[in-house]
Design a protein around this ligand. Structure first.
Ligand SMILES: C[S@@+](CC[C@H](N)C(=O)[O-])C[C@H]1O[C@@H](n2cnc3c(N)ncnc32)[C@H](O)[C@@H]1O
Length: 269
């Protein structure tokens, strides 16, 4: 594990300025248009729904970082009660606008500090959202709260990218800097500038969105990534033991070259 930051001696950290609500504030206006097909919605909702049914308890499902409801809304249509927490009022406002009947129960809050009471049959974080907790303490605190809120047979499911081997904390000190360019859905350009810090296991990014009108909008983002085995170790320390790992939401195999994983944890008895 990377060492803890010492605020008295270390350089300022990007986490000093990046808060729980930063991502949502920056991306809410474009999230639906840019990311509605970013991961497999049907496979995700099918797997989460069947895992909830397999637990045998009639307890609700909780999505961490529910955003605008891309996954939670179709999941609610499978018949389960679905709750979603998000730190961004802007994201939750869009969720409410998509859900006039109130099929998803929204909770405003930082998932590193607070979670709804539960109990829940399934708690899940899709599309790297667990890595939106950008320091080790908040990741650990979130896992501990989840362990306290799962039903006896309940499960935590985390979908995340698999970092490259050389990105393990402490293996390198230099870090990476890069800029990728692509066409924006509005026909403008997006420059995605990133700084990777292997010692903190963080990637700090900035979407520089140049609209066709010439207007420039900055959209900051940040993740603290974990290798799958680091996630297992952290979860185990919080009372959640690893029970399955797949390479996708269809329960496909996970291997050493899998770009992402879907990992399942069960509460210690
Ligand atoms: C990448 S988006 C994913 C949204 C949705 N889960 C999906 O798959 O479309 C991440 C979401 O997590 C929220 N988020 C980031 N940090 C958070 C935190 N500390 N607590 C709660 N929500 C957070 C953001 O506001 C955003 O809505």
């Amino acid at each position: 594990m990377p060492r803890r930051r010492d605020p008295t001696t270390d350089d300022p950290s990007p986490t000093d300025t990046y808060g729980a609500g930063t991502y949502g504030r920056a991306f809410a206006d474009v999230y639906d248009e840019w990311y509605h097909r970013v991961t497999d919605v049907e496979a995700t909702t099918a797997l989460i729904s069947s895992l909830a049914t397999e637990t045998g308890a009639d307890a609700p499902i909780l999505e961490l970082g529910v955003g605008t409801g891309r996954l939670a809304l179709p999941l609610a249509r499978t018949g389960h009660e679905v709750h979603g927490i998000d730190a961004s009022p802007e994201m939750l406002a869009r969720l409410r606008a998509h859900d006039p009947a109130g099929t998803v129960v929204p909770h405003l809050g930082d998932m590193g500090r607070t979670l709804p009471a539960g109990p829940f049959s399934v708690v899940f974080a899709a599309y790297n959202t667990f890595f939106n907790l950008v320091d080790e303490d908040s990741q650990r605190s979130c896992l501990m709260m989840i362990a306290e809120r799962l039903t006896a047979a309940g499960v935590l499911v985390i979908e995340a990218f698999t970092p490259a081997r050389e990105d393990r904390g402490g293996d390198r000190t230099g870090g990476d800097r890069g800029v990728e360019e692509r066409t924006a859905p509005d026909g403008g350009r997006i420059l995605n500038a990133t700084i990777r810090d292997p010692s903190r296991q963080t990637i700090t990014g900035q979407h520089i969105h140049i609209a066709p009108t010439g207007e420039v909008v900055l959209r900051p983002w940040m993740v603290r990534y974990l290798h799958p085995e680091q996630l297992d170790e952290m979860a185990s320390g919080c009372g959640l033991r690893p029970v399955a790992r797949w390479g996708d939401w269809d329960r496909g195999p996970f291997g050493p070259t899998s770009p992402r994983h879907v990992s399942v944890y069960r509460r210690d008895p």
